[in-house]
Structures are given as structure tokens and as C-alpha cells.
Design a protein. Structure first.
Length: 133
């Protein structure tokens, strides 16, 4: 990465940091490093307060959300995180085998990018987009 490049890492608020990070590891294929992905658990919050998962240069952060969140009614096109990937079909097959909730299989979106959408255990929607060469 050069000094002029920017990167972004979403921070998603969740009630159970440990469960979420382990889901991303076990179902979505991210890594949960024992040093960089620290849960920072406390006795009163055994599920931890913060974690980071990584995959292919993408880092996703999870932060404890202690208050109740209202149930969202969402349109099908709403997404929370967009990840640009290569080999979308391979990723689709992998996530199917891992048991991910794929709410939109690979398709060409109206904006011209081939993508699929996955929903995690907290209701966050991750869109994986592949730009055709």
C-alpha cells in the first residue's frame, strides 16, 4: 500500500461480538487472528466488546452494541457492506457449502456489476461484487 492509498474497514455494532466473529470465521471464511482479532472479554460481557476478522485484505470490525436495536424492515436492494471480489462463482460455491444465508445468488445488478448478497446472523447484508474484465 502506498502512502496515497486509502482503505476502509466497516465497524458493525452487534450484541454478541464473539458469536459474530466466529460466524464470519466459520461460515464466511474470514480469519480470526488470536492477536489482531482480540475479543477483549470482561466478566460481565463474556461475548467480548471488540473483534476484527480478515479475508483477502478486507478487515471487518465488530463492536459491542449494548442497547436494543429496533427491528428493521428493509427493501431487497439495501446493503450494509460492499466487497469487491474476484471469482464470484467460486466464492458462491464456498459460501453455499459453509451454510451462509445467500439472499441473492450471483446476478448482474442494475449498475452492471455481477454480485451476490449474503445476510449474516445480525441481519447485516454483505454484497460481493465482481467487476468483469
Amino acid at each position: 500500500m502506498t502512502s496515497n492509498e486509502w482503505r476502509v474497514s466497516p465497524i458493525l455494532g452487534v450484541h454478541d461480538v464473539r458469536r459474530t466473529a466466529e460466524y464470519y470465521r466459520d461460515v464466511l471464511g474470514f480469519t480470526l487472528d488470536p492477536v489482531d482479532g482480540i475479543f477483549q472479554p470482561r466478566a460481565e460481557e463474556p461475548g467480548g466488546v471488540y473483534a476484527i476478522v480478515k479475508r483477502s485484505g478486507v478487515w471487518v470490525h465488530f463492536q459491542i452494541r449494548r442497547e436494543s436495536l429496533p427491528k428493521r424492515v428493509r427493501a431487497t436492494f439495501e446493503r450494509d457492506v460492499y466487497l469487491y471480489v474476484e471469482d464470484l462463482d467460486d466464492l458462491h460455491a464456498e459460501l453455499q457449502k459453509r451454510g451462509a444465508l445467500i439472499i441473492q445468488p450471483p446476478h448482474v445488478a442494475p449498475h452492471g456489476i455481477r454480485e451476490m448478497v449474503v445476510e449474516d446472523i445480525n441481519g447485516y447484508r454483505l454484497a460481493f461484487g465482481e467487476i468483469a474484465p
